[in-house]
Write a protein that binds this ligand. Structure first.
Ligand code: A3D
Length: 319
């Protein structure tokens, strides 16, 4: 990549605009904000650039309604889609967002085939799989954002419960981005002390720890219930930006992401949340943990839920 990085954001809604703002604040590169709504991304891009006058960043922000404007993007982050509305089934949402993701995949394939692509659109595990397959981009360059967010939620709940800084809390959540996600207390620590040890030390009870794990699995729903319309956007945007930054700066960060497994954890040819190393080649390694029998069973249940979603994704002929 010569000069500034070009970051294309497909979908200029709540998460898309927050991604653009964070990209400017962190000076990660120039932004193309794409949406199907006419002119709206242009208005957001102008507003964002004017915030740069105050914040002191000079990222160029451009609104787009034409895919040609994402040409040669280094990173593409996809939030295009519609949220579930009352009366709409999960299958209805799958059908609508699958159609959108196919259009997005065509746009990326045509104009930014060398990009590192991060999918956020729900249902996440099925949409990232479709995005990779339909675009034909290499699987190491297409990932789903969910694990960083789910782990961030778990980290926050742990910090709040133990009354310690979230800065010292690490946590790991694997599996699909749904109720079956697997939060792993054995791999979650406060400055190196794992949560089972914190229980032994009397900082919290096993029941309290179990409650934090459960709250994490429904963490998105808790926010939706308060917001009434729309879903979380600040933490999802921060999470995706950490993945984009790991790629652009070749940081080799170890982050949980929806990655394409080809035998790891016994999962064949399916995207699911696993710890990965992200560097200049995208997903450089899938990290295989030594899970206990109980953790393996929970992960297998989550993988089964993901496979069900993938199977329910309408094939092109049905659209
Ligand atoms: P929202 O504010 O509705 O923005 C979505 C944008 O997509 C809107 O501006 C639409 O106009 C645009 N759009 C619709 N169709 C197309 C298309 N064909 N091409 C380009 N743009 C299009 O939603 P949001 O930003 O709050 O959320 C975006 C997605 O992220 C949704 O699917 C959410 O469910 C999902 N989400 C995922 C997570 C994860 O952790 C995986 C967390 C939060 C939200």
């Amino acid at each position: 990549m010569a000069g500034r990085a070009k970051i294309a954001l497909i979908g200029a809604g709540a998460i898309g605009s927050t991604l653009a703002h964070l990209t400017g604040l962190k000076e990660l590169g120039d932004v193309v904000l794409f949406d199907v709504v006419p002119d709206m991304p242009k208005g957001k891009a102008l507003d964002l650039m004017q915030s740069g006058s105050v914040e002191g960043f000079d990222s160029h922000m451009e609104g787009a309604n034409d895919y040609s404007q994402i040409k040669d993007a280094d990173v593409v982050i996809v939030t295009a889609g519609v949220p579930r509305k009352p009366g709409m089934s999960r299958d209805d949402l799958l059908a609508i967002n699958a159609k959108i993701i196919r259009q997005v995949a065509d746009g990326i394939k045509t104009y930014a085939p060398n990009a590192f692509v991060i999918c956020i659109t729900n249902p996440l595990d099925a949409m990232v799989q479709l995005l990779q397959q339909h675009s034909g981009l290499p699987a190491n360059k297409v990932v789903g954002m969910a694990g960083v967010l789910d782990s961030a939620r778990f980290r926050y709940f742990i910090a709040e419960k133990l009354k310690v800084s979230v800065e010292d809390v690490q946590a790991l959540v694997m599996g699909g981005h749904g109720d079956t996600m697997v939060a792993l207390p054995r791999y979650s620590t406060v400055s190196g002390i794992n949560l089972p040890d914190m229980v032994k030390m009397g900082w919290l009870t096993q029941e309290e720890l179990d409650a934090l794990v459960k709250r994490t699995a429904v963490g998105g729903g808790e926010i939706v219930n308060y917001l009434k319309t729309g879903s979380a956007f600040y933490a999802p945007a921060s999470s995706a930006i950490s993945m984009a930054e790991a790629y652009l700066k070749d940081k080799r960060r170890l982050l949980p992401c929806a990655a394409y497994c080809t035998g790891e954890y016994g999962v064949q040819n399916t995207y699911v949340g696993v710890p990965v190393v992200i560097g200049k080649n995208g997903v450089e390694k899938i990290v295989e943990l030594q899970l206990t029998a109980e953790e393996k069973a929970a992960f297998a249940k989550s993988v089964a839920a993901v496979k069900e979603l993938v199977a329910a994704t309408p094939k092109q002929a049905n659209l």
